[in-house]
Write a protein that binds this ligand. Structure first.
Ligand code: SF4
Length: 128
C-alpha cells in the first residue's frame, strides 16, 4: 500500500459542484473525472495540486487544501495518458481570440463567468 504524505491537493465541494465538467479538460494529468454527476479526484496520485482547474469552476467548488494524500506520481500520469488519451479542447482569449499557440492563456473569473485571457489582454483586464 502507498504511504500518504502531507501535501497540496485539489478539494471539491460536492454541495457546490453542479457537474458541469468545465474542470475536467484543464486538468492536464487527467485527475478529475465526473462520477454520478459530480467532479471527483478519483486517484490522488494523478493530482499535482497545482490548481489550474480552480479558475474555470463557475461555482467556486474547487480549492486547494493541504492534507494527507498519496504522493503525486509522474509515471502514473504517463500511464494514465497512454491508457486513456484525452480529447484536447483548444481554448482562446475571450477578448481578442488569440489561441494558445500565439500567446500564453490564463484562466480568469470575470463578470460572473470563468474563461481564458491571453497575457497581452490581461493588463487591460486588470487596469481597465
Ligand atoms: S467546474 Fe466546478 S461545478 Fe463544474 S464539474 Fe468542476 S467542480 Fe463541479
Amino acid at each position: 500500500m502507498t504511504d500518504s504524505i502531507d501535501r497540496q491537493i485539489v478539494r471539491i465541494d460536492e454541495d457546490r459542484c453542479t457537474g458541469c465538467g468545465a474542470c475536467v479538460a484543464p486538468c492536464a494529468e487527467g485527475a478529475i473525472v465526473l462520477v454520478d454527476g459530480k467532479a471527483r479526484v478519483v486517484r490522488e496520485e494523478l493530482c499535482d495540486g497545482a490548481g489550474f482547474c480552480l479558475g474555470v469552476c463557475p461555482t467556486g467548488a474547487l480549492t486547494i487544501e493541504v492534507r494527507k494524500a498519496v504522493a503525486f506520481d509522474h509515471e502514473a500520469v504517463e500511464a494514465q495518458a497512454a491508457a486513456a488519451p484525452r480529447t484536447y479542447v483548444p481554448q482562446a482569449c475571450f477578448r481578442c481570440g488569440t489561441d494558445e499557440d500565439h500567446a500564453p492563456l490564463l484562466p480568469v473569473r470575470t463578470e460572473g463567468t470563468s474563461t481564458w485571457v491571453c497575457t497581452r489582454c490581461l493588463p487591460s483586464l486588470i487596469h481597465g
